[in-house]
Design a protein around this ligand. Structure first.
Ligand code: DON
Length: 573
């Protein structure tokens, strides 16, 4: 086992706030996975990474709001209470199932590149990809989409019982009165210290002296309260036009970026058709491009449908999953980008026939990455995004994942606004054949360009059975998001695990490049050894994902808050 338990480089650079490569961590020292917190409810359920926000969502459901109202309120609240990933300075994807019309849709509120962006913007003088530019400089800031996305969701799909201002009110209150730093906020602030301390406007909010705020201290965000109040009063225009837009563009330019106030004024959330697939009689509804999540989730499920995973047993089924991941992530590298700039063969990639052809060359041994497609080396994953799931008494469901990319994004607060800005543009491919921070190799389809949206892995998903939601799930974790969602679904459908168990079970991840299969603590050593004998390169990692999920059962809605991170909550009534 000793070979198995050595990790070459897994301390998550982004997660720990500074770039720390090459650390070795034995499995024995990796944190154990805490079992999910579960709750059963009849009328409504919110599962989110932060307790106050989850309770705010429940409050709106209890007052007669629908799942979209609750999701919008949670989205704004988490911009205050979970600043490492909850945001109004970033973007994401919301997948909605509307029970009454039996309709599904996705809201793409992914960030866009500014108009001055170019294909070469992240290259150094020698023409090589420069991670400093794409991850750590203000060039990495995309035009934020969250405010427009949440406002669109409310305006078109809210119950109509609440104004946007009412849904934002609890967030304003929390920003203004403050709240105690605890749980993941207390854990993540010190880890992000180095990135945050570069910006005086950021340390003024999140630091006490020269140290990040600590557990038990009170975090007050007065500028953010003002920005939220303006949005509550005047709608998204208060963010995308006028003073706030000038402040955001000004802060980006001052820090060396290229955003203009016109970029903000031109931002539009896009309503898109969901990506659809099926798996063993269930319907899969997930995020469309510019996220790769839905396409590759369905591609992997299609491959796996050809195997009787439950009968094959743990090791063989894990092998098949790893091989499916490898092939899907290789396709991701080549085909995926912004659908408004490149043609993506979504139908082909999600077809059963294509999956069959991929399955045909999966054998009993690990297929080397080079035998699938050419590429280069890779790095890490992370938990700097956040996913929440909501269902209401009528069976409307929302699956929402949003992010600033790294923990606290770029770390830069636009002065006077309280808004933490993302560094999402690292999700572009800086140069064909190079990898982003999550080790995801890309080619021409995902090069940066004016107004383009960088390719995402966010995979907010709703699994339907007989036209009704069965499972609502999604995750943070960079490249690991898609495989995490895959495993929750396979655990629930193939292995018939109740949702708490499906969420808690250890996960593994393979992304074509590198060869490594990343495994969380908790896998049986003999299973890992058997996988190694098949040629898989097993690398131990701590958890990087968090799948806050809901299952609809005969007993009611069951929520499972993933406890890989402190502070998550499944709240129901
Ligand atoms: O959109 C994406 O795929 C990434 N920017 C998500 C980043 C992420 O999940 C970070 N940490 N967990």
């Amino acid at each position: 086992m000793s070979r198995v338990v050595k990790s070459a480089a897994f301390i998550l650079a982004l997660f720990f706030g500074s770039l720390v490569y090459g650390q070795v961590a034995p499995v024995a020292r990796a944190p154990a996975i805490h079992p999910a917190q579960t709750v059963v409810a009849r009328n409504g359920l919110v599962v989110a990474q932060e307790e106050r926000a989850a309770r705010i969502g429940i409050e709106f459901l209890d007052r007669g709001g629908n799942a979209v109202d609750a999701a919008v309120a949670v989205g704004f609240a988490m911009a205050v209470t979970y600043p490492r990933a909850g945001n109004i300075g970033g973007g994401g994807f919301m997948v909605i199932h509307l029970a009454r019309d039996n309709r599904d849709l996705a809201i793409d509120y992914r960030e866009t590149a500014p108009a001055a962006a170019s294909e070469t913007m992240f290259l150094d003088a020698q023409g090589n990809a420069d991670p400093e530019k794409s991850r750590d400089s203000a060039l990495s800031v995309g035009v934020p989409g969250t405010v427009a996305g949440l406002a669109l969701a409310h305006a078109k799909y809210g119950s109509g019982k609440f104004t946007l201002a009412e849904l934002i009110a609890p967030a304003i209150d929390l920003a203004e009165k403050g709240f105690q730093v605890e749980d993941d906020l207390a854990d993540s602030l010190p880890q992000a210290r180095e990135r945050l301390k570069r910006w005086p406007a950021t340390t003024a909010i999140f630091f006490n002296g020269d140290q990040p705020m600590q557990e038990g201290e009170r975090l007050i965000q007065l500028d953010l309260a003002d920005t939220l109040r303006a949005i509550a009063k005047n709608g998204p225009d208060a963010f995308y036009r006028g003073r706030t837009a000038v402040q955001i563009a000004g802060a980006v330019v001052k820090a060396g970026g290229i955003m203009s106030k016109d970029d903000l004024a031109n931002y539009r959330p896009i309503e898109r058709a969901v990506v659809r697939g099926s798996y063993r009689g269930y319907d899969i509804i997930s995020a469309p491009p510019p996220s790769s999540g839905g396409v590759h989730l369905i591609e992997m499920l299609n491959i796996l449908e050809g195997y009787d995973l439950a009968r094959l047993g743990r090791e063989e089924s894990l092998h098949d999953m790893i091989e499916a991941m490898k092939r899907a992530y290789a396709d991701r590298a080549v085909f995926m980008g912004d659908p408004d700039s490149v043609k993506i063969p979504v139908d082909g990639l999600t077809s059963k026939a294509y999956a069959k052809s991929l399955r045909a060359n999966i054998g009993p041994r690990s297929t080397p990455a080079a035998d699938i497609r050419p590429g280069t080396a890779a790095e890490f994953g992370g938990r700097n995004t956040t996913h929440f799931s909501v269902i209401d008494r009528d069976g409307n469901a929302v699956s929402n994942t949003y992010t600033l990319n790294f923990s606290y994004g770029l770390g830069l607060v636009a002065e006077g606004t309280g808004v933490l800005l993302n560094n999402e543009l690292d999700d572009f491919t800086s140069k064909p054949g190079t990898a982003n921070a999550y080790g995801l190799v890309g080619y021409n389809a995902n090069l940066p360009g004016p107004g383009k949206r960088p390719l995402s892995s966010m995979t907010p998903t709703i699994v339907m059975k007989d036209g009704k939601p069965f499972l609502i799930t999604g995750s943070p974790g960079g490249s690991r998001i898609i495989s995490a969602v895959l495993q929750v679904i396979v655990n629930a459908i193939d292995f018939k695990m109740p949702i708490g168990q499906a969420v808690s079970a250890p996960r593994l991840h393979q992304q074509w490049q590198p060869e490594d299969v990343y495994v969380e603590p908790g896998f049986a050593p003999d299973v890992l050894e058997a996988l190694e004998k098949r040629g898989h390169k097993i690398v131990a990692t701590p958890p990087h994902t968090s799948t806050n999920s809901i299952e609809v059962t005969e007993e009611g809605y069951v929520g499972a808050a993933d406890r890989r991170t402190r502070g998550s909550l499944a709240a129901g009534f």
